[in-house]
Design a protein around this ligand. Structure first.
Ligand SMILES: Nc1nc2c(ncn2[C@@H]2O[C@H](COP(=O)(O)OP(=O)(O)OP(=O)(O)O)[C@@H](O)[C@H]2O)c(=O)[nH]1
Length: 287
């Protein structure tokens, strides 16, 4: 773990925040919010907390409402919330869990208990993050795997339809890859795949989604990109791979491109089109 986990402390009383921060600042990076809106804004930022300690009774937006909103949004639903509150009745605690909290700490604060509970939930959160990273990625290249790519692609497609933004796909296939394996062995083959993945990542913008689609085939979903732009990008990738001699070998890739018709065609149709374009281009390569 190369970064300190982030704990967000939310309480309208600065004195309470100070007590919690004194318990936790040795081990965690601390962020603070003195109202519910600030908490939601930090939780939705790029530098998200790994855990939120949330007071319940706050003016304007109370802790229950904040927790509900956090759990309703896909952006923030997986951030664990612990209520830290003076409300100590069993039914209060039960309500906290029903809303989606993972734990419930009652005031007055006992530093050792806060530390222990925070440690437990931080470990669980980090393990969960690691697990979902592994589930969604291809182990060799660290690109997204096909299943996760398709999940993200459908979301992106819906967004592109909503905002009427062009969307294109590029398929990239390493030529004669079977021969590389047979001639140089699987380890060299693996390195070639890794190198090609890294080259195409260099051509991807922040909003592009790149994945390992099959063994020696990659796919990129490019947002705000029409057919011509996608073709240019694909050609740049093709030339970069040819120039890079991945693993010391003269590797070439074939590319296929398709723009998704947001009005009529489906994602699957665009995939078929791109695959056909890829086949046509690799046939012409071998003709
Ligand atoms: N080294 C290595 N080989 C893999 C991996 N995944 C799949 N392969 C191999 O990649 C090869 C792909 O073979 P083909 O689909 O015939 O690909 P090709 O030789 O490029 O043929 P075309 O796609 O028709 O141009 C198969 O032999 C797979 O066993 C991997 O992770 N590492």
């Amino acid at each position: 773990m190369d970064r300190k986990p982030i704990v967000l402390l939310v309480d309208d009383m600065p004195a309470n925040i100070k007590i919690l921060a004194d318990c936790l600042s040795d081990q965690y990076r601390i962020k603070v919010a003195t109202d519910g809106y600030k908490c939601l804004s930090i939780a939705n930022s790029n530098d998200k907390p790994d855990l939120i300690l949330l007071d319940i009774e706050m003016p304007e937006l109370n802790g229950h409402e904040v927790c509900r909103r956090l759990k309703q949004s896909v952006e923030t639903a997986n951030i664990p919330v612990i209520f830290v509150t003076a409300k100590s009745e069993n039914r209060d605690e039960e309500k906290g869990f029903k809303i989606g909290a993972v734990d419930y700490i009652t005031k007055p604060i006992h530093p050792a208990i806060v530390k222990a509970r925070v440690a437990t939930h931080i470990i669980l959160k980090l393990q969960k993050d690691e697990l979902s990273y592994m589930i969604n990625r291809d182990q060799l290249t660290r690109l997204y795997n096909r299943q996760y790519f398709l999940k993200l692609a459908y979301k992106k497609l819906a967004r592109s339809i909503q905002h009427e933004r062009d969307l294109s796909i590029i398929i990239i296939d390493i030529d004669d890859f079977n021969q590389i394996n047979e001639q140089y062995g699987l380890t060299v083959g693996d390195n070639v795949i890794k190198n090609v993945a890294s080259i195409l990542t260099q051509h991807c913008g922040k909003e592009d989604i790149a994945a390992r689609y099959t063994g020696e085939e990659f796919i990129i979903l490019v947002e705000e990109c029409n057919l011509q732009m996608a073709s240019d990008k694909a050609e740049n990738i093709r030339q970069s791979v040819a120039a890079a001699t991945p693993g010391g070998l003269d590797i070439t890739v074939s590319v296929g491109v398709a723009q998704i018709n947001l009005n009529s065609s489906s994602f699957e149709q665009a995939l078929k089109k791109a695959s056909k374009a890829l086949k046509d281009s690799s046939h012409s390569l071998h003709d």
